[in-house]
Design a protein around this ligand. Structure first.
Ligand code: NDP
Length: 331
């Protein structure tokens, strides 16, 4: 059973030597357990935070432990009444080829209803994040102006498209002309800003002349400051993530424009998607309906390889090399 384990705690960018590649014995599933082989592993920016030894919404991954990751597995052997060989199951099974589980936190999924990677993307954690972050935390209303950063990523592509379904004006911020063209030409965004080459403050003045009602922040840093400078009255700033800060070797950069919240009577609120677990089913049903109706396009970036490709594939997120949901498919 090939596994990727955490070997050291990175400072700044994750280095190859922070991982240990090991081959462990594949245990047989005991009573009340099932075993399966991993098909798709989810790559998530949050993984960077799980490597740091500091309190967060989940405990850090321990040194020597198999790296935590969501994945889809196919059951090969089962002594569990609810899972049988051939079933596909989503869970937090870690970066390894072979999994033994007691079924806690595992959810069966149906590959005839959606491709397997979609259960890690639009119908999985990023989908839930976009849905509840925008509609619940962002309290989006029809006709509003929405700005989303990290717009060409797993969460961002969905935030923008859900906002379009809700009749809003949507501006996406992403890196590079190809990503920006995809947002406006393929996904129906009203405008896109390339933060690598454009002046984001000036672009937001142009595209959101009446101000931003909901800013969905995936990146933090300078882009957050630029958005804060353009809030409409009673705006909502949704703190989903801050990928520009995850590899910092120094303190996280705070927004210098936060007094805009005072002037605009706005609020800024963070959230963790797991808190919405009791409502995931409801959200997945609505998202699946929009996908089936062609109102939401699913963007997935599938890298084929082995678990040994996990460290390199994870870095793609921090280099902006993915479009939509990044997954590693085990060949
Ligand atoms: P993405 O698919 O969006 O991938 C990450 C993207 O971030 C890259 O493609 C890149 O796009 C962009 N990026 C990387 N570095 C920078 C940088 N320095 N400045 C600006 N953009 C950068 O990942 P996800 O959709 O999975 O996650 C998006 C955000 O949502 C993350 O911050 C994540 O932590 C957060 N999240 C939060 C959850 C919650 O419960 N609060 C749950 C799930 C995710 P580009 O080429 O455009 O730079």
């Amino acid at each position: 059973n090939r596994q990727i384990r955490l070997a050291g705690r990175p400072v700044g960018d994750v280095r190859p030597e922070d991982w240990e590649h090991v081959t462990a014995p594949a245990d047989a599933p005991g009573e009340g357990r099932f075993a399966g082989r991993t098909r798709f592993i989810s790559l998530d920016p949050a993984m960077r935070g799980w490597l740091d030894d500091r309190p967060s919404y989940l405990p850090p991954v321990g040194l020597g432990e198999v790296m935590r990751a969501g994945s889809v597995i196919e059951v090969t052997e089962s002594n569990h009444p609810d899972f049988k060989p051939g079933d596909h199951v989503v869970g937090t099974f870690g970066v390894q080829e072979y999994v033994v589980s007691d079924g806690r936190g595992a959810v069966k999924v149906d590959p005839s209803l959606a491709p397997l990677p979609t259960y890690l993307g639009a119908l999985g954690m990023p989908g839930m994040t976009a849905y509840f972050g925008l509609l619940d935390v962002g309290a989006l209303r029809e006709g509003e102006t929405v700005v989303v950063s990290g717009a060409a990523g797993a969460v961002g592509t969905l935030v923008g498209q859900i906002a379009k379904v809700k009749g809003c004006r949507v501006i996406g911020i992403a890196g590079g002309p190809e990503k920006c063209a995809m947002l406006t030409e393929e996904l129906g965004f009203d405008a896109a800003v390339d933060y690598r080459t454009e002046d984001v403050r000036a672009a937001l003045r142009t595209h959101a002349p009446d101000g931003i009602d909901v800013y969905f922040d995936n990146v933090g840093g300078d882009i957050l400051d630029a958005a804060l400078a353009r809030l409409a009255m009673h705006a909502r700033v949704v703190v989903c993530g801050a990928i520009s800060q995850y590899n910092n070797e120094t303190a996280v950069q705070g927004p210098s424009n936060y007094l805009s919240l005072l002037v605009r009577r706005a609020r800024m609120e963070g959230f963790v998607v797991f808190d919405y677990a009791p409502r995931f089913r409801e959200a997945a049903k609505e998202l699946a309906g929009w996908i089936a109706a062609g109102r939401i396009k699913v963007k997935e970036h599938v890298v084929r390889g082995t678990v040994d490709d996990f460290p390199d594939t994870l870095q793609m997120l921090f280099r902006g090399e993915n479009v939509g949901k990044l997954v590693l498919e085990l060949a």
